[in-house]
Design a protein around this ligand. Structure first.
Ligand SMILES: [Mn+2]
Length: 348
């Protein structure tokens, strides 16, 4: 870890001490880390007596619904479900805490709402290249598993200073966020990550239940779609890059919701010779692009150069627009072939 936790926590504590009404805001298509870090932060702020809502640009996928049991659901607002409630909450806030995204555009429709607010913005994130100029305080750490872990260490520090506490609900949410972002300790696991897990286990967080709920409660459609993809849509280029394309017809045929394709992109990395895996999924006028790579290959660089995105060195996401990057959907495979060849063979 490179960030100075005591110093950053003290600054976060100052912002929290001087506010009354807060919004935490996380990225579009919220994943376990976005939700976990938001809920963990909200629990802590509530323990300080603050009025808090966790705001998301769009709905939370159904496999994470267990984190919204109890009181947590009432704490969350989704912009695409209730734009007026979100706008009026943010307009009344005197602090915005932005989590698990390095730039405001990752907030999709919320970007303008955030920019319209005069409240100070605190960024807490673990992605590369944070857009520091947009924030009053940036707490960015890339040598860490997840935003949930970063939040954990900040809150732990503040708790030691007698400022709020990490209650079991927050511990559970932060453990879930870390567990999903490390793909259950398969990647981005640092010494501090295991220390956090150890401390939370000792505090009574039921990690087995989290793992079970995250991984074992999908519909049959998810597995059948994965079978179809791996059997019929997996291409491996001469550069040993695997790619798979999911068209709108597939999403409809298998009735795939937002969270249902989570983790698909990792599967081809199981093949020994594959060094990078790309999954593209058709959306409105663009494909959503997910890229994962093994050590020594930069998913981040490929995504930045060709797919309007970024993220982490070995896990990145972006978009591919049509028309724009490609004339139409059917051109996507050729685009991937060409850009992969250029990236690896011409050493871009
Ligand atoms: Mn994350």
């Amino acid at each position: 870890m490179t960030v100075d936790i005591p110093h950053s926590a003290a600054l976060l504590g100052q912002y929290a001490a001087s506010c009354k009404k807060v919004a935490t805001i996380a990225h579009t298509h919220p994943d376990g880390d976005a939700l976990g870090s938001s809920l963990g932060m909200a629990c802590w702020l509530e323990s300080l007596g603050k009025d808090v809502r966790c705001i998301f640009p769009d709905p939370i996928s159904s496999n994470l619904a267990f984190l919204l049991e109890g009181g947590a659901k009432a704490r969350c607002l989704v912009y695409t479900d209730d734009a007026d409630a979100v706008k009026s909450w943010i307009a009344g806030c005197d602090l915005l805490i932005i989590l698990d995204m390095n730039c405001l555009s990752r907030g999709a429709g919320l970007e303008e709402v955030i920019k319209a607010s005069k409240a100070p913005r605190v960024l807490i994130d673990h992605h590369l290249n944070p857009q520091r100029e947009e924030f009053s305080l940036t707490i960015s750490e890339t040598e860490i598993s997840s935003t949930s872990e970063l939040v954990y260490w900040l809150l732990k520090e503040l708790e030691g200073k007698g400022m709020g506490n990490i209650d079991p609900e927050a511990g559970n949410a932060l453990m879930a966020g870390m567990t999903t972002d490390t793909n259950n300790f398969a990647n981005s696991t640092w010494p501090s990550t295991l220390e956090m897990a150890s401390q939370l286990l000792a505090a009574g967080v039921n990690r087995d239940a989290i793992v079970e709920k995250v991984n074992w409660h999908y519909g049959e459609n998810r597995l059948r779609a994965l079978g179809m993809l791996l059997d019929r849509r997996l291409t491996i280029t001469p550069q040993n890059v695997a790619y798979m394309v999911l068209y709108k017809e597939d999403l409809e045929a298998y009735n795939l919701g937002d969270g249902d394709t989570e983790g698909f992109v990792n599967m081809p990395l199981a093949i020994s010779r594959v060094r990078m895996s790309i999954l593209i999924k058709e959306d409105k006028e663009h494909f959503r692009v997910s890229v994962r790579s093994k050590k020594g290959t930069s998913a981040q660089n490929y995504t930045k150069i060709y797919c309007h995105g970024g993220g982490h060195e070995n896990a990145a996401g972006g978009k591919l627009f049509f028309p724009g990057d490609i004339a139409n959907q059917k051109e996507a495979p050729a685009f991937l072939e060409r850009t992969v060849k250029e990236f690896f063979d011409e050493g871009k």
